[in-house]
Design a protein around this ligand. Sequence first.
Ligand code: 4NP
Length: 170
Amino acid sequence: MNPSVGVLFVCLGNICRSPTAHGVFAALVAQAGLAGHIRVESAGTGDWHLGQPPDRRTQLAARTRGYDLGQLRARQVRAADFEQFQYILAMDRANLANLERLRPPGHPGILDLFLNYGRDLPVDEVPDPYHGTTKSFEQVLDLVENAARGLLAHIRKHHLEAHLQVQREP
Ligand code: 4NP
């Protein structure tokens, strides 16, 4: 059996915060050898930037920490996401509220703030860096790297450990 967990990161434009979370979390998952077990995507609640790559400043900040976001393209949240992703994680409360409105009745998955998976963070929202400075994009990465580590630990514990243990046994 190949247990698969889906994680969708959501912000407003899908060109700054959620692609950063997408790239950072996908890199952690790959490093852990779990790419076959965890599906990662990102989307925006808004539709202004559909089909565009991440913001140039987002890509630059990510690249300096070793993450290549160049292949990502912005898309909007769609109804099928609620069937395909168990974890739909918003960067801020405004986007979480929009997701709650879009959520079909009976959706069994988790809708939450992404930073709730972080450790010892002073905030629970990732501030929108779009009108900010270089420092704003660095701050996005700091918050995202912290919460991505916590999220991976959470998913390992709650979804993967039992299965992986069984697979290792003869
Ligand atoms: P994001 O940032 O939600 O982190 O991708 C934004 C990108 C674009 C806009 C707002 C936020 N915008 O208004 O175009």
